[in-house]
Design a binder for this molecule. Structure first.
Ligand code: ADP
Ligand code: 5GP
Length: 196
């Protein structure tokens, strides 16, 4: 269907939502709840060079790939965005996102700040949501309490968290993760809202 400028647009095209926020704020917890309870929302599965944590499964939380395979995906331009974070690389496979959006399925990406900036540049229609902790102390508690990283990696993630928190104003809206359930409800409402 032509829009006001005469360009062809798909009447089915749905919204791309990007969820970002500092490590430990609860992004994976929120995304896991949406995966479990709301299968109508499609969650992009990123590729990463980091090792799986206990309980993580190939193809569910991530596609776990070697450095060589990640290099190939970058060289072949198969990633919508990618970034290095705390010693590992992460990226969003481009084709599945494009396919879901073009068939009218809402898409959610859970990515860090540098990747969110790349998406803003390449897909300006995306809605950017920042997940914030109730306080800095609570963020430290959650990140250390998770117990999945060494002290050194926790420190790198806290350093990155200061930078991510300072970028909150770049986002369209902020949700404070006090209650996972409330955040899920608020996020789902944003994902399902018609595009402006
Ligand atoms: P992220 O994906 O942002 O790095 P996680 O989802 O792994 O963060 O959450 C970090 C820790 O915080 C986990 O132990 C998780 O259970 C806990 N957590 C997440 N959301 C909340 C919340 N609303 N209240 C208390 N603890 C939370
Ligand atoms: P974790 O190792 O805790 O799963 O993820 C570390 C960081 O990488 C988190 O901020 C997470 O949102 C981000 N991340 C996960 N997948 C991607 C991705 O595909 N691209 C980018 N840029 N960041 C990602």
């Amino acid at each position: 269907m032509p829009d006001a400028s005469g360009a062809q647009t798909s009447p089915q095209e749905k919204r791309l939502t990007v969820l970002s926020g500092p490590s430990g704020v609860g992004k994976s917890t929120v995304v896991d709840a949406i995966r479990r309870d709301h299968p109508d929302v499609w969650l992009s599965v990123s590729v990463t060079t980091r090792a799986p944590r206990p309980g993580e499964r190939e193809g569910v939380q991530y596609h776990f790939v070697s450095d060589t395979e990640f290099d190939r995906l970058v060289a072949d331009d198969e990633l919508l965005e990618w970034a290095e974070f705390a010693g590992n690389r992460y990226g969003t496979p481009r084709a599945p996102v494009r396919d879901r959006l073009s068939t009218g399925v809402p898409v959610l990406l859970e990515i860090e700040l540098q990747g969110a900036r790349q998406v803003r540049a390449s897909m300006p229609d995306a809605l950017h949501v920042f997940l914030a902790p109730p306080s800095w102390e609570e963020l430290v508690r959650r990140l250390t309490g998770r117990g999945t990283e060494s002290e050194e990696v926790v420190q790198r993630r806290l350093d990155a968290a200061r930078i991510e928190l300072a970028a909150e104003k770049e986002f369209d809206t902020t949700l404070v993760n006090t209650s996972v359930r409330d955040v899920c409800d608020e996020l789902l409402a944003l994902i399902r809202a018609p595009k402006a």
